[in-house]
Design a binder for this molecule. Structure first.
Ligand SMILES: Cc1ncc(COP(=O)(O)O)c(C=O)c1O
Length: 434
């Protein structure tokens, strides 16, 4: 008997077939396929966030009973601070956990403002703070608020991949600004002037993946450039608090929040790193007053509000000074273990990080016809020695195939063991590589 599938069902089958036909990333251009629109959209055809793919491969290995040393993901191995856990338990027991305002819980916004006053001696009015679903949520809100399709926005290479990928989804052109060891991975004024008109620049300090911390003079240069170029400056300060020599300077320290002629500067931060709260999905943006209404309207419509439980508990995070400092001390130990271990393994082309918890290494000398790039190297290390690391193409599409990012956010014994395994692997495969 012939059964006619309902129209919706036919579309599903057709798009399923197209995904198969499309191959790995499941995306076929509508124009190329010549078919009428059935999705996925062209704007969704962005690069994966490769570290998440490595995480998945590592999880599959663990599910099959094999061990993995995690140096791939930028995720603290510690839990959220005790005060946060206690506040969450209390909120679960006593609160209905309804929506909050789209801008976030007033007491959390106040706690963030107080933190700026205490840590940076900067007045950040509560009215200029919006709570977000992590710095990732900040990217979506900020980029949509700042730039229309067709805008040109500078991103550093190497730099955090989601900036570039998010911009592409929004129809904004990500203009690469290559930085390297010659400038300690800092952009120069000459480079910014040379790339043509930009509508904005996105930069992280401390940087993921290089660990470079922008100095006061770097930030002043960026502010001057931003004013003169009429370009918005987005500074991602998610790794603030995790530095090894001096505290990182916030760009907000260099600005008079009450002045009327400030350049357009947005600052992101998050509870994910310093407070070990990656899964709580909580962050914030500090923005100029004239951008607060559009930010709020986008937040209302896109997510309504960040998770209430996280907001209630996160309000207490700033009290956890001792715990977060202990974590930073552990990262310092890990940093030294990894740096020494890499050198002993013969991996020497890296700049020791001043902040964050990553080392960005040139591994060209380990590549061969069997292992032609760092993606193949990371797959080999996961398969053969159970060490998960992130291939550099995530951070630099041009040169990243020669680089690996090591994350040292885990436990010291994992760092020691991973470095030992890599050293042994290099020694045992050295003859083939040479
Ligand atoms: C530089 C940078 N910005 C933003 C994020 C996103 O962080 P989250 O959304 O967890 O706050 C990350 C995560 O690793 C990051 O490294």
């Amino acid at each position: 008997m012939l059964v006619l599938a309902p129209a919706r069902c036919r579309i599903w089958i057709a798009s399923g077939a197209r995904r198969e036909e499309a191959g790995q990333n499941g995306v076929v251009s509508r124009r190329e396929s010549g078919q009428e629109r059935r999705g996925p959209s062209e704007r969704s055809a962005i690069e994966p966030f490769y570290v998440m793919e490595v995480m998945r491969a590592a999880a599959e290995r663990e599910a099959s009973g094999l061990e993995v040393l995690h140096l791939e993901v930028g995720q603290p191995s510690t839990s959220a601070p005790q005060v946060v856990l206690a506040a969450a338990a209390e909120a679960l027991a006593n609160n209905k956990l309804g929506y909050t305002e789209a801008l976030g819980l007033p007491e959390l916004r106040q706690a963030i403002s107080d933190w700026y006053a205490l840590e940076y001696k900067v007045i950040v009015p509560v009215e200029q703070i919006i709570v977000t679903t992590g710095a990732s949520g900040s990217c979506v809100l900020a980029f949509l608020t700042l730039w229309d399709p067709g805008a040109r926005v500078g991103v550093l290479e190497p730099g955090y991949p989601c900036y570039r990928n998010d911009l592409q989804t929004f129809g904004v052109q990500a203009v690469p600004i290559p930085v390297g060891p010659e400038s300690d991975y800092r952009p120069t004024r000459a480079q910014l002037d040379a790339v043509g008109h930009l509508d904005g620049l996105i930069i992280a300090s401390p940087s993921n993946p290089t660990g470079t911390v922008l100095r006061r003079s770097d930030l002043q240069m960026l502010l001057d450039w931003s004013s003169e170029a009429g370009a918005a400056l987005v500074v991602d300060e998610i790794y603030h608090g995790i530095t090894y020599d001096e505290p990182a300077v916030s760009v907000l320290e260099l600005m008079d929040q009450t002045a009327t002629s400030n350049p357009t500067v947005l600052v992101f931060n998050s509870f994910s790193k310093l407070f070990s709260m990656t899964g709580w999905r909580l962050g914030w943006i500090v923005a100029p007053r004239n951008l607060m209404t559009p930010l709020e309207r986008l937040a209302q419509n896109l997510t309504i509000a960040p998770p209430t439980l996280s907001q209630m508990a996160g309000t207490k995070a700033f009290q956890a000074v001792a715990e977060s400092q202990a974590n930073v001390e552990r990262y310092r130990i890990n940093r030294d273990l990894v740096i020494d271990g890499l050198r002993r393994a013969g991996i020497t082309a890296f700049a020791p990080p001043d902040g964050g918890f990553y080392v960005w290494c040139d591994v060209s000398h380990l590549l061969s016809s069997e292992i032609p790039d760092s993606k193949a190297l990371s797959t080999t290390w996961l398969d053969q020695i159970g060490v998960a690391v992130t291939p550099g193409i995530d951070f630099d599409p041009q040169r990243g195939h020669r680089f690996i990012r090591f994350s040292y956010a885990g436990e010291p014994h994992e760092m020691t063991e991973a470095m030992q395994r890599i050293t042994t692997w290099i020694q045992s495969t050295g003859d083939q590589i040479r």
